[in-house]
Design a protein around this ligand. Structure first.
Ligand code: RIB
Length: 294
């Protein structure tokens, strides 16, 4: 079984601010860093650091060489990573004194996927292989269609939610990993339990993982429902916490850990990630997760 993540790669401009800037306000940042990120890339880093052999497909611009180097360093396979003319996707991220963030996303190369490129990548995968997707690249509905035709297991993190998610045939998704806001946007419900119930009614055969930030996460499939509290740590930067959780949880299921064990490892990994600055670079290796005590 092969594992493919078809997802975004962003250069993250991280600004440390005392508070998230308000409308009409100008504020000064005490620090700026340029880090590697993007929901897709972060999730591939988490999968790789959790010990999964992962292919990352996606597009970077001409200044994207560092993505190849980091993939090599952490063991992500770059056979399907491509450089295109123009700029990488990038994010402008404000991180405030309590570690909370606010993100502006510029798609750049991530928006240059074509059906031909999708077909070329997917021609290397077949029945039973796993594909992980987020919503920061173009052609997500087409990727879902084609991956489903091949019999791949589709895991979707519908983040960030926008009208493209409504164009996707979500009935073809085997597992959703989403946060409360995305759950509300998809179902119109407002509480964790009503969101899960509504998702189950629409997608009865799909595994649902609803992440609740510092309140933990819920896993649901049929009669199986597990709640996993979050581990309490001193928060420095919450960027990529959700991506870390997603990568580690998917890794756990691929390694055939129990759902509970997968939830625990994913929660520990996310807890470690929020104690560090940045996106991909804040994601721990499995050895660190195994030593984590709280
Ligand atoms: O989930 C965190 C990521 O969201 C950041 O790395 C940023 O690039 C945005 O895509």
């Amino acid at each position: 079984m092969k594992v493919l993540n078809f997802g975004s790669l962003n250069l993250d401009y991280n600004y440390t601010v005392s508070h998230i800037v308000r409308e009409g306000e100008t504020t000064s940042a005490s620090q700026v860093q340029v880090n590697l990120g993007g929901k897709g890339f972060n999730q591939s880093v988490a999968l790789a650091k959790a010990g999964i052999s992962i292919y990352h497909a996606g597009l970077v611009g001409e200044e994207g060489i560092d993505f190849y180097d980091t993939c090599q360093d952490v063991g992500i396979k770059t056979d399907f990573l491509k450089t295109v003319i123009g700029r990488c996707g990038h994010s402008i991220i404000q991180v405030d004194g309590s570690g909370q963030n606010s993100i502006i996303l510029y798609g750049g190369a991530n928006r240059k996927n074509t059906k031909e490129y999708v077909d070329e990548v997917l021609s290397n995968f077949s029945f039973g292989d796993v594909i992980l997707l987020q919503n920061e690249i173009s052609e997500v509905p087409y990727i879902i269609e084609q991956a489903f035709k091949k019999g791949m297991t589709i895991v979707l993190n519908p983040s960030p939610y926008d009208e493209v998610i409504e164009q996707c045939d979500l009935g073809k998704v085997s597992m959703f990993i989403l946060n409360e806001i995305e759950g509300q946007q998809i179902t119109g419900m407002t509480t964790p339990s009503t969101i899960v119930t509504a998702l189950e009614a629409s997608f009865p055969n799909a595994k649902i993982v609803l992440t609740l930030g510092e309140k933990g996460a819920i896993y649901h499939l049929g009669d199986d429902e597990l709640y996993q509290p979050a581990f309490v740590v001193d928060v420095v930067d919450t960027t990529a916490a959700g991506d870390t959780f997603t990568g580690y949880f998917v890794a756990g299921l691929i390694k055939q850990y129990t759902v509970r064990d997968s939830l625990i490892k994913a929660s520990k990994a996310a807890a470690i990630a929020v104690t560090k600055q940045g996106a991909a670079k804040s994601i721990p290796f499995m050895s660190e997760v195994e030593l984590f005590e709280n």
